[in-house]
Each structure stands twice: as structure tokens, then as C-alpha cells.
Design a protein around this ligand. Structure first.
Ligand SMILES: [Zn+2]
Length: 161
């Protein structure tokens, strides 16, 4: 009996250990609901040889109700030292498409972390070259599972800045 209890305990312990990889990294002054996207941003940057530590960036991020049509995210600098990323709360809560949420949050991190401006140009077929498009230009978004890596290559490519 004691042996089987120990065995169960070991099994549980092993599972607990393997679960550690699932633990989401925490980010200071960032709404917890945004943590998975912030961690993903660091990961896709690292995949491209760019070391990103968003905890060192000083970015303050929260979810707020904008009451502005067609605006899902903002990056604001009320003073030169402030770096504020805002995501529209209704957009975040009501959007089930995780790719779309990632698109908006990575776009704002493109401003707030990478310091990028908008890039409006498109391919010959009219599809946007960058997720840093403003959304009021002529190009069409096409951020999908198939195109994601191309857009992320562009996002972190210093030649794109
Ligand atoms: Zn923008």
C-alpha cells in the first residue's frame, strides 16, 4: 500500500514537473490576459535571432474600452518616458480568432517595443506586406497560419524599419 502511494506520488510529481512548461511567463504592469501574447512575441523574436525582454521594456499594457470604431489597439507616449499599450476590451473579449488578437497585439508591440512606424505598401495582388499597415491604407490584410512566418520575418527585419 505504501509503495503504491509512493508510486502515485512520483507519477503526480512527474506530471507536475512536465506541466511547468505550460506555466505562462508573467509581465510586470501588463494585464494578465495579454501575457500569452507578450510571451509569444518574445518567442517569435528569439526564433529570428532577436532578443526581446518585454519586462525590461517598461511597457505598461492594459485592456480598456475605446468607444472608437475600427480601433482595436493603441501605443501611446504621453511623455517621452511613458510607453503605454492599450487593447480595446470589447475587441479582446469578443474576438474568438486568436490570430486576429495576435495580429493587433504584435502590431502595437511593433510600435511600442520595436519603435516601428506604419508601412502601407502591398504586393502586386494588393495584399499588405507588413502587419504594420495602418488599416486606413489600400492594402488588404492576410495574416493567416500560412502567411504568419513571412509577416513575422518582416516585423523583426531591421531592413523593414
Ligand atoms: Zn499602428
Amino acid at each position: 500500500m505504501a509503495r503504491s502511494t509512493l508510486f502515485s506520488f512520483l507519477i503526480l510529481f512527474l506530471f507536475t514537473c512536465s506541466d511547468d512548461e505550460q506555466v505562462i511567463k508573467s509581465f510586470v504592469n501588463v494585464d494578465e490576459r495579454l501575457w500569452p501574447y507578450f510571451e509569444r512575441f518574445e518567442e517569435v523574436a528569439a526564433d529570428r535571432g532577436v532578443m526581446v525582454d518585454l519586462n525590461l521594456s517598461g511597457i505598461v499594457a492594459s485592456l480598456e474600452r475605446f468607444d472608437q470604431p475600427n480601433v482595436a489597439g493603441k501605443c501611446q507616449h504621453p511623455t517621452p518616458s511613458e510607453n503605454i499599450l492599450l487593447i480595446d476590451l470589447p475587441f479582446f473579449v469578443n474576438t474568438t480568432d486568436d490570430m486576429l488578437k495576435e495580429f493587433v497585439i504584435f502590431h502595437e508591440l511593433g510600435h511600442c517595443y520595436l519603435g516601428r512606424d506604419h508601412r502601407e505598401d502591398g504586393y502586386q495582388n494588393g495584399v499588405c506586406i507588413s502587419i504594420m499597415r495602418s488599416g486606413i491604407g489600400d492594402c488588404l490584410d492576410n495574416y493567416t497560419k500560412n502567411t504568419r512566418s513571412i509577416y513575422l520575418d518582416e516585423l523583426f527585419d531591421p531592413d523593414s524599419f
